[in-house]
Write a protein that binds this ligand. Structure first.
Ligand code: HSE
Length: 304
């Protein structure tokens, strides 16, 4: 039996819709695979589909098993640590852990890009369309930028002091939350907005490369997707103002939301105070939230 663990992640980081991702050590999914029988079976104590064609990890393993013509069946055991439907890359974490575990079970020696490609099939099933930002982060760790045509993952180690805080609101989310929150995004956008987002995306990457956390914070701005989704997170502006007053360098929606993520220089800012400010922001809208202070995580890997 092989067991792999993959981290939660945040996608977009403001201007990098479907391109930027960062692995977070806030929580992890664990997937074990063992050769068994002649088909794919799944067990879990969590409330997830156990039919492999409807399960993120099952879809990934099915695709790999078919591509590599592996005849024996497999039993997949899944332990969810990443909350599903809140913008912390839950399906991506299961998909990344499944791809990593199955690849190791059969010594497939896949590159990180190939693992990301397989993990993407699971994400597609859950989100309704293929995008690799969360899966690439969960597979590779650190900060990632994704080219899709052809698939290529560029991986950077974020600045050592970069510290994050995710506020996960205690609200119910639709079953196909990502599909719903992608449905509100405009298909066409003005060129000037594209230019603005590219400028922020460029400076965010510059901040990652030079260790300029203040520049990263200033660059967490998105004039395309955030305005379309803002109505889904009415507390966002409040949270942003309060978190920045508490020392955060910047605040944005985590992935497709409804979680919100703050970035700060952990060597000069008390991240717990930022978390309390975010809690107050949601609280002003009568919403409780869970706070996850975190750092960037390593990518998926096998565990004992
Ligand atoms: N980039 C994706 C989105 C992340 O914002 O819809 C969510 O899976």
């Amino acid at each position: 039996m092989i067991t792999a663990q993959a981290p939660s992640s945040t996608a977009n980081l403001g201007p990098g819709f479907d391109v930027f991702g960062m692995a977070l050590d806030a929580c992890f999914d664990t997937v074990s695979v063992a050769e068994e029988g002649s088909s794919i079976t799944i067990s879990s104590d969590d409330d997830i589909p156990l039919e492999y064609t409807k399960n993120t990890a099952g879809i990934v393993v099915d695709m790999m098993r078919t591509d590599f013509d592996i005849k024996p069946g497999v039993h997949i055991k899944i332990r969810k640590g990443v909350p599903a439907g809140y913008g912390m890359g839950s399906s991506a974490a299961s998909a990344a852990a499944a791809a990593t575990a199955y690849s190791n079970l059969y010594n497939l020696n896949l590159s990180l890009t190939e693992l990301t490609r397989y993990a993407g099939y699971g994400e597609q099933a859950s989100a309704g369309s293929i995008h690799y930002d969360n899966v690439a982060a969960s597979v590779c760790g650190g900060f990632v930028m994704v080219h899709t045509k052809p698939l290529r993952v560029i991986n950077l180690r974020p600045p050592e002091n970069l510290t994050m805080c995710v506020a996960v609101p205690d609200v119910s989310t639709p079953e196909k939350k990502t599909q719903v929150s992608r449905g509100v995004i405009p298909e066409m956008v003005p060129l000037c907005d594209v230019t603005t987002n590219i400028s922020f995306a460029s400076s965010l990457v510059a901040g990652m490369c030079t260790g300029d956390i203040s520049l990263i914070g200033d660059s967490l701005q998105d004039v395309i997707v955030e305005p379309a989704r803002r109505h889904m997170i009415p507390a966002l502006d409040d949270i942003r103002n309060l978190a920045v007053s508490a020392g955060a360098a910047g605040v944005t929606i985590s992935g497709a939301g409804p979680s919100v993520i703050a970035f700060a220089d952990g060597s000069i800012v008390d991240i717990d105070s930022v978390g309390e400010a975010m809690r107050e922001g949601f609280g002003n809208h009568d919403i409780n939230c869970k706070i996850f202070p975190c750092k960037s995580a390593k990518g998926a890997g096998t565990v004992q």
